[in-house]
Design a protein around this ligand. Structure first.
Ligand SMILES: *Cc1c(COP(=O)(O)O)cnc(C)c1O
Length: 356
């Protein structure tokens, strides 16, 4: 394995006071990880350096053509003071899936995971300890060739930055209001929907903006072809509890394979629940709601963990789900996942990795 050079900051920043508000993604730690790629040379010069601006030319390809991928993961300060990562191998594996789609050279997943552990270890005092707070970790790769021309980059940068974040919903696990998006689509099969790439989020901004103006938290995306089958919610995967079956859209190329999603599926199956990954149409959900068989709906993702949906609007159809309250399945998943992540519940799945 390549050695990671470390240059520690001479000007450590002041850390947020315990209990101070930590708005998501606005405060960055003292250090960052960088590694370069050059055609013919491969990934080289891994280093941890003080956090700060990077230099690139205005012609850098990522600025024009969106050749960029990212990941989102967290480090948790366990109740006993240890620092834990949650299934970091899955994030690195998914990064390579995104890389493949975007013609970005593969990274050494084990090495990248070690690099992240080293960075978190150096910035360990930045991992907050407040209720629901964590250190959000953002690995990303960008093509930086100074070349205004569409082709895969020959020079790229892999970087990791970290920010202490507070609980996603400071008021606690409150059900959110979501509407079904009818005008815009996020991704289609054959496109990049299954990757974490910048363009997917650019495609979602307008819908998100319109939803917020109408006092909705996020939108529920339908498939881009028939506008009928459910895909995901904003930046979360989605689950529906109908009768005694838990249904989540199958991974068919246009939705992201969430690590929270796969963990929820594993846990529920472990608990003996019936979980089905299949196509599910919005009509089916509306019918189940009308017949009183839609018991719960919730989103899953690293940022919010579990986000119960209490109100779902599809055109003129408004579904109040579980009387707008948190259901037992959402609550149990939330409690178990956060319990494992913060070291309060025994990690019987072996999902956590301690940062030394
Ligand atoms: C990141 C993300 C998710 C959730 O993935 P996790 O690995 O659970 O955090 C779901 N949908 C989209 C579009 C995402 O970007």
């Amino acid at each position: 394995m390549q050695e990671i050079k470390v240059e520690l900051t001479k000007n450590p920043k002041e850390k947020p006071a315990p209990g101070a508000p930590l708005p998501f993604g606005t405060i960055f730690t003292d250090h960052m990880f960088i590694m370069d790629y050059d055609l013919g040379q491969g990934w080289h010069d891994p280093r941890i350096v003080p956090y700060g601006p990077i230099e690139m030319e205005p012609s850098a390809m990522c600025l024009h053509y969106g050749q960029s991928v990212f990941e989102g993961m967290k480090a948790y300060r366990a109740v006993d003071g240890r620092i834990l990562l949650f299934r970091p191998d899955k994030n690195m594996a998914r990064l390579n899936v995104s890389n493949d789609r975007l013609c970005i050279p593969q990274i050494d997943e084990k090495f990248a995971e070690k690099a992240i552990e080293k960075l978190v270890s150096i910035d360990r005092d930045w991992v907050p300890s407040g209720e629901g707070a964590s250190l959000y970790i953002r690995p990303f790769i960008i093509g930086v060739d100074p070349h205004v021309g569409v082709h895969p980059a020959h020079h790229l940068m892999f970087m990791v930055i970290c920010c202490p974040v507070g609980a996603y919903y400071p008021e606690g696990l409150n059900p959110v209001k979501i509407y079904v998006e009818k005008n815009y689509v996020r991704a289609v099969r054959g496109g990049m929907g299954y990757t974490k790439t910048a363009g997917n989020y650019a495609a979602s901004l307008k819908a998100q903006d319109e939803a917020e103006k109408q006092d909705y938290t996020q939108v529920l995306w339908l498939d881009g072809v028939e506008r009928k089958y459910i895909e995901e919610v904003g930046t979360m995967n989605v689950f529906f509890v109908i009768d005694d079956e838990v249904v989540t859209p199958e991974l068919q190329g246009s939705i992201l394979s969430g690590i929270t999603r796969m963990s929820c599926i594993d846990m529920m199956r472990h608990w003996g629940m019936k979980v089905t990954e299949r196509k599910i149409s919005i009509d089916e959900v509306a019918r189940a709601a009308q017949e009183g068989r839609l018991k719960e709906a919730f989103g899953s993702g690293t940022a919010a963990v579990i986000s119960p949906i209490g109100h779902l609007k599809w055109g003129d159809v408004v579904m109040e789900i579980n009387k707008g309250e948190i259901g037992p399945v959402s609550q149990k998943l939330y409690d178990t996942l956060t319990g494992i992540q913060w070291g309060k519940v025994k990690d019987e799945f072996g999902w956590t990795v301690e940062v030394q």
